[in-house]
Ligand binder design. Sequence first.
Ligand code: SAH
Length: 479
Amino acid sequence: MKRGKVYLVGAGPGDIGLITVKGMEAIKQADVILYDRLANPKLLEYAPAGCELIYCGKLPDRHVLRQEAINSLLVEKGLQGKVVVRLKGGDPGVFGRVGEEAAALVEHSIPYEMVPGITSGIAAPLYAGIPVTHREFGESFAIITAHDKSKEGQPNLNWASLATGIDTIAFYMGISNLPYISENLIKHGKSADTPVILVRWGTFSRQETLEGTLGDIAEKAKNVKFTNPAITLVGDIVSLRKRLNWFEQKPLFGRQILMARTDTNESPLAKELINQGADVIEFPRWTKTKAPAHTEILENISSYKKILFTSPESVTDFFRDLFDQRIDVRRITATFFGESTKSVYAIQEKGFLASLAAEMDNDLEHILVVGDNSKQKSYEQHDFYLTSYKQVDEQFLPLLARMLDEAQVNTIVFPSSGAVKVFMAEGVNKGLIGKELLEKAEIVCLGEKTKNSLREFSYQADLVPETPSKEAVITCLRK
Ligand code: SAH
């Protein structure tokens, strides 16, 4: 029987840039991905279309997929000859039960690899401006679980050696046991004045911190109802944060953006917003199947006077077909038009002059429109060159619900009027995105046309950047 391979991968703490190159490569070739709650779901967008996605975290209607069930799924999929990725938050070997999963694979002789990840106990402090060691403040560092499988959930640690022998301590899963942790450390010799910081959702734009001392942190956390997932970092080193708090100073830190999209490709705007410190959820995710080349149209390509491209992707797909059919572009005598500025840029990148569709004259004869199935209906009166079929990826719908649950979306970005329509049809009308969110969040529309489309649905744009460029969007979101 064909044997698959299982990759036990650390997803890193949250910021998707913190996964390893090897981890990302595994995702890109996966047939199945089993992922945890703490692995950033945005990473799943890099999976190939059709990859099966299995959530292993808590669900509203049932409990966590039990460890034994996860182990058997890994074995089952592995035996089916699939490339399986088990994606875990942080590092799979740090409180990640990777040992149990690997043991199950060994038992069935299924080949596997382990891919380390950046653990949250190091990354969350660093994104809060605290290196876990420093020549003056801390020469030793320990990673400790503050929760165990006993009935009370309180780990039986060697408190005396922790309190006196280790400079910096990162407690995982610790918020509910904060009183237990601080009491024990103080009782065994750590000063009640020792600085402590809690870092929740570290490395995400929604990162939150709470500072205190061993003496008062439990009380403070209770007062503000601070919850997991958070790292509790104890040690004098915490004082470094005052000067080194780099991440929270990023221009878009705290911006939790929901962005409508019509493209199947990775959005350069989303990427830049993330670089500037924002979290971006893009909706919906599309799957695309290429349509076969329409050879008759291509062979008669010289007969068209105008060609209108309805998206940047349609430009790429059309010229690829032309080349694949060995039809020289010089046979085209038509003038080129793009439906949006982005499509015009895409045509120009191929080396052709192009104008916006709005600038087309009234002569509607001999026009060829190029686009995917979503555009076909609006251009019924013309010859239509269908480049691809695009469909909303249903697998990502439950993911959206969970992401919206965990993030506090405060900004919505509409890049185009097409994106407005898709967002309303697939998100709002299907009940996935609540209307309150549209009322509460700050809404950014790229361009007047987009703003007007939104108005047709009775919502107002709060911000319209001067140009649709990445820079202008960022400037406008900074204000
Ligand atoms: N394997 C993971 C840890 C899993 S245990 C790792 O290496 O990071 C789950 C605990 O990890 C949470 O309760 C929390 O204490 C911590 N954690 C995971 N992601 C976190 C994040 N982004 N910010 C803060 N703590 C996080």
